[in-house]
Write a protein that binds this ligand. Structure first.
Ligand SMILES: N[C@@H](CCC(=O)N[C@@H](CS)C(=O)NCC(=O)O)C(=O)O
Length: 218
């Protein structure tokens, strides 16, 4: 049995979309295990026993936990290559992993500096400065992804949906929360709107109960 612990709108949407695509391609089902991150359910003693990091996503395969997006997605792709969520060709796969790793180790932590600035500076003024600097960096990352979406055909890696598309969707949505108007990244926004209509993506979004456009004009 495969279980996925996730939080609504969190980075766990990446393997969540992957599991829906796997279900569509192979019929293999999974058990969704939602955690309310705003209520701190990721720090409950029961969950910390499964994942001492206190983070989502967590994949549990026949009772055995696996953390970290890159490891989870690599595992899912190797187990269900029929779903085509990462390229099989070694060079193309390495290129895909290069983008995926950049998203996970650079774009994602930049947003963490905006969303959880209290973890990076003491005092409101210093935190506001962290948020401001990180917002500028995050905007730069989104512009780089917009450049990738300009060549999307129709997905970032070509004909097949991949984990990287789901991460790109998460980031544009987070951008709205960080005060970045998605309308200012029109090619990226059009790509995400198309992506949201893909059945596997739509199913994960519906289960998480999230809306794509989170931007609120000040
Ligand atoms: N490097 C980790 C990052 C995971 C992560 O940052 N998860 C966030 C949600 S996007 C989380 O669980 N946050 C809860 C918290 O900080 O308490 C991965 O790739 O899985």
């Amino acid at each position: 049995m495969i279980e996925l612990y996730y939080g609504s709108g969190a980075c766990s949407l990446v393997p969540h979309v992957g599991l829906e695509a796997i279900r569509a391609a192979t019929g293999e089902a999974f058990e969704p295990r939602p955690l309310k991150l705003h209520k701190g359910e990721q720090r409950s003693p029961e969950y910390l026993e499964l994942n001492p990091l206190g983070l989502v996503p967590l994949l549990v395969v026949d009772g055995k936990p696996l953390s970290q997006i890159l490891a989870i997605c690599d595992y899912l792709d190797r187990r269900y290559p029929q779903a085509g969520l990462l390229p099989a060709d070694p060079w193309q796969r390495a290129q895909a992993m290069s983008t995926f790793a950049w998203m996970n180790n650079t774009v994602h932590p930049t947003f963490t500096h905006i969303f959880r600035s209290q973890n990076f500076a003491a005092g409101e003024a210093a935190q506001a400065e962290v948020r401001q600097i990180a917002q500028g960096m995050f905007r730069g990352h989104l512009e780089r992804i917009q450049g990738m979406t300009e060549k999307a055909a129709p997905f970032l890696l070509g004909e097949k949906l991949s984990f990287i598309d789901a991460y790109a969707l998460v980031f544009l949505r987070w951008g709205g929360l960080a005060g970045i108007d998605p309308a200012s990244l029109p090619t990226y926004k059009a790509y995400v709107d198309r992506l949201a209509a893909v059945p596997a993506v739509a199913a994960a979004i519906a289960r998480e109960g999230i809306k794509l456009d989170t931007y609120q004009k000040k």
